[in-house]
Write a protein that binds this ligand. Structure first.
Ligand SMILES: *[C@@H]1O[C@H](CO)[C@@H](O)[C@H](O)[C@H]1NC(C)=O
Ligand SMILES: *[C@@H]1O[C@H](CO)[C@@H](O)[C@H](O)[C@H]1NC(C)=O
Length: 365
């Protein structure tokens, strides 16, 4: 059945095409205006086309007690600086151009307090699409002795990290304290490389183990620091992927009530059959620890030879720990003005073949 003449059909088609595209243009302009209205942006660009050429100078330009979201947009490049968001500057959103395009690199070592390439001390912080490397032992091909060399230290509350990279060797990510959310991030290292007393969910992250540089010694992914049964902190790895070279334990306790859960995660053969280690001074008190794995898969996930004291969580405890409410009781994550994240796969990192091996310093307990 003919609903219109040829001429009329063409007319309507044209009308709809032009209406449709005008409409989408209007919509696009509208949504850009919306997101621009959400926060002002300061641009950091090494080639001189931004407001600042270093990230720290952009942060320094933001007044103390900042009360509204402000974005520091960091154009692609390798920024050779130590960066710190001080405690009195909340609501800063640092946005790179991609974790392989925008990176901050520094190579200090020795102290967990002064070596971090990036220090985030303020509450209400967002960091997206940028990587932080401590180059002292990463990549581990520079023949430096293995030392504490932190890539990032996070001590503020309500801080979220999307598509970030954290690269180090020993003590890469100091998740000090506060509620933190890591999504689609890569954390790389070999010894205690995710440590501290943060209350954190790591979701769909790649845990990249470079323990081959330990020359036969095993590494440790986590060294969690919960020190009493009342403390609410703990590290939850949800839908993550543990890959890499060498051998590693999933963790050892930094403090006596350490709590670490691997949930629905892929564990490759880098994970040792024993799974966990009680570190010297906690032997005999392993019952205080909460180290658990539930619904993991991959060669490294076989629990038949695990330490006998691995925790078996009840369904209620497991649901509580793996729900976003564990860190997001008041809805702070959904109130942050971060754009919609594309829901594609975590990218796997290219493994570097490590060469060196030296003694491992303990950071003490
Ligand atoms: C950043 O630079 C742009 C372009 O020069 C300028 O319009 C804007 O006001 C600057 N912003 C700040 C915070 O200096
Ligand atoms: C863990 O506990 C559940 C019951 O809550 C039990 O069915 C399961 O076999 C236990 N797993 C291990 C490894 O002990």
């Amino acid at each position: 059945m003919l609903v219109c003449g040829r001429f009329l059909c063409a007319f309507f088609a044209l009308f709809f095409i032009s209406f449709g595209s005008a409409n989408s243009r209007v919509f696009r302009r509208f949504s850009t205006a919306q997101s621009m209205a959400t926060y002002p942006t300061i641009y950091v660009d090494q080639s001189g086309y931004g407001n600042f050429s270093t990230i720290q100078s952009a942060i320094d330009s933001i007044p103390s007690n900042n009360g509204n979201w402000i974005c520091v947009s960091v154009r692609a490049g390798e920024y050779r600086e130590q960066v710190r968001i001080p405690m009195d500057k909340p609501y800063i959103y640092i946005k790179g151009d991609g974790k392989r395009k925008t990176s901050v690199i520094w190579g200090s070592h020795g102290s967990i307090a002064t070596s971090p390439t990036f220090i985030s001390q303020a509450d209400n912080t967002i960091v997206k699409s940028i990587s932080f490397r401590n180059s002292f032992n990463n990549p581990p091909t520079n023949y430096n002795p293995i030392r504490t060399a932190v890539a990032t230290m996070i001590s503020g509350d309500k801080s979220a990290f999307y598509r970030c990279g954290f690269y180090g060797f020993q003590d890469t990510l100091w998740d000090v304290q506060g509620k933190h959310y890591f999504k689609l991030c890569t954390i790389e290292g070999a010894v205690d490389f995710i440590f501290g007393s943060g209350q954190s969910i790591y979701e769909r992250c790649t845990i990249s183990v470079i323990a081959r540089a330990l020359d036969g010694l095993a590494g440790f992914i986590t060294a969690q620091g919960r020190s009493t049964p009342e403390e609410t902190n703990g590290f939850v790895f949800k839908d993550c992927s543990v890959i890499g070279t060498g051998l590693t334990y999933l963790g050892r306790p930094w403090r006596e009530y350490a709590r670490v859960i691997f949930y629905n995660s892929y564990l490759s053969d880098v994970v040792l059959p024993l799974g966990w280690n009680a570190w010297g001074n906690f032997a005999g008190r392993e019952y205080q620890l909460t180290f658990a794995e539930h619904d993991c898969y991959g060669i490294g996930s076989s629990t038949s030879n695990r330490v006998k004291w691995e925790a078996n969580l009840s369904q209620d405890t497991l649901s509580w720990l793996t729900n976003i409410k564990f860190i997001d009781d008041d809805g702070w994550i959904s109130r942050q003005p971060v754009e919609e994240l594309k829901d594609d796969l975590t990218d796997l990192e290219t493994m570097v073949e490590p060469v060196i091996d030296k003694t491992i310093q303990s950071k003490g307990t």
